[in-house]
Design a protein around this ligand. Structure first.
Ligand code: AHR
Length: 357
């Protein structure tokens, strides 16, 4: 795509050049003006520096321009995801990255995409806040001939030609894994036949991470008739909102056995609320998070958290690989899942040093 653009630019430049010579001024006049210009330029900078600057300018013209419409900075996961893009899409690797933080608002992402289209970027990467409402703006990107790559969350569209590929976690499987881990843990504790009361701190309602994890947990709950989901409420994937919602759960229910937090940061908020209520998180109440960020390993080592189900945020190199393939005219897999594991507290001390986010 980039190569085609460059070839077209070259062709256009040659045509302009030919027409310029065809209708140029008389030779003398041109020479005079050229001389004047040259003298001025020579006075400003030595000729060698000028050509060097030109080379650098041309190298910049060759960069692949990528616009990234990021969700925000709501969690440790998100920060790691941003860093992954900012360290991959650098000039040394042949890229110019235009980064936009939407502050968890879909309307900001739509504005950012329209700006990217106006700036004629080569690729748009979108980590959609929510799944619905993308047809119009992605239709505009398609119309402009700009390929869109989805990172992290999915979109709900009937026309899947609106994006070339998606890279992210398997959120439903993560929800399934959470329940399977809890079942094994309760069995180990000899509590498999006890009445177990659960509350869930959900992510941003309508985001794939929330929809998938809630669904994945729900699917498996029917296997455990002695478990009750007491309540579910959104904590918007942030620590402060997670804490606020947990405080209200603790006021409403005095028999909570398990907190499922749809990301680690909300789990950290829940831990603070539980401690403030005079209870012992990890002991009195089982705490499960998602993401497996570094701070979750610290919380598990401290005994405050029992398990974190991984969601890998390091998408930068994977998206770069997709772009490189598209540049070579190769086809890419439309759906690309990242590898993810489950990390119970017993593994935390041994593994913390190996964690890269
Ligand atoms: O979409 C991925 C989720 O978004 C992560 O679990 C969460 O931490 C982030 O905010």
């Amino acid at each position: 795509m980039k190569a085609l653009k460059r070839a077209l630019a070259l062709l256009l430049a040659s045509i302009l050049c030919i027409s310029f010579w065809g209708c140029s001024k008389p030779a003398e006049e041109t020479t005079k003006e050229t001389k004047k210009e040259t003298t001025k330029e020579t006075q400003k900078e030595p000729a060698k520096d000028e050509s060097q600057a030109k080379t650098e300018e041309n190298a910049k013209d060759d960069l692949i321009v990528v616009g990234y419409a990021q969700v925000g900075a709501e969690s440790d996961w998100r920060t790691a995801n941003t860093v992954s893009f900012q360290t991959t899409f650098v000039e040394e690797n042949g890229y110019k990255l235009i980064f936009d933080d939407a502050q968890q608002k879909q309307e900001n992402q739509i504005k950012a995409i329209r700006n990217f289209i106006q700036q004629e970027v080569d690729y748009i990467v979108l980590a959609p806040v929510v799944e619905t409402g993308w047809e119009t703006v992605l239709g505009e990107a398609k119309e402009a001939g700009i390929p869109v790559i989805l990172s992290d969350r999915m979109i709900d569209v009937t026309d899947d030609s609106l994006y070339v590929a998606w890279v992210g976690g398997n959120f439903i499987k993560e929800g399934n894994d959470c329940v399977d881990w809890l079942a094994g843990y309760l069995k180990e504790q000899g509590r498999e036949n006890e009445q177990i009361n659960i509350v869930t701190l959900q992510g941003t309602i309508g985001s794939s991470a929330q929809v998938g994890r809630t669904k994945g947990v729900e699917e498996k709950l029917s296997e455990h008739p002695n478990w009750t989901m007491l309540d579910r409420q959104t904590g918007e994937f942030t620590q402060s909102k997670g804490q606020e919602v947990m405080e209200s759960f603790l006021k409403s229910y005095d028999d909570i056995d398990v907190v499922i937090a749809e990301n680690d940061n909300m789990a950290f908020g829940a831990i603070d609320a539980i401690k403030a209520a005079g209870l012992d998180p990890g002991e009195d109440i089982i705490i499960i998070g998602f993401d497996a960020v570094h701070a979750a390993f610290e919380a598990m080592i401290a005994g405050d958290m029992n398990c974190s189900v991984e969601c890998n945020p390091l998408h930068g190199p994977r998206v770069a690989e997709i772009i490189q393939k598209l540049e070579r005219g190769e086809t890419v897999d439309k759906i690309q899942y990242v590898d993810e594991g489950v990390f119970p507290a017993e593994t935390a001390a041994e593994l913390i040093a190996t964690r890269t986010y």
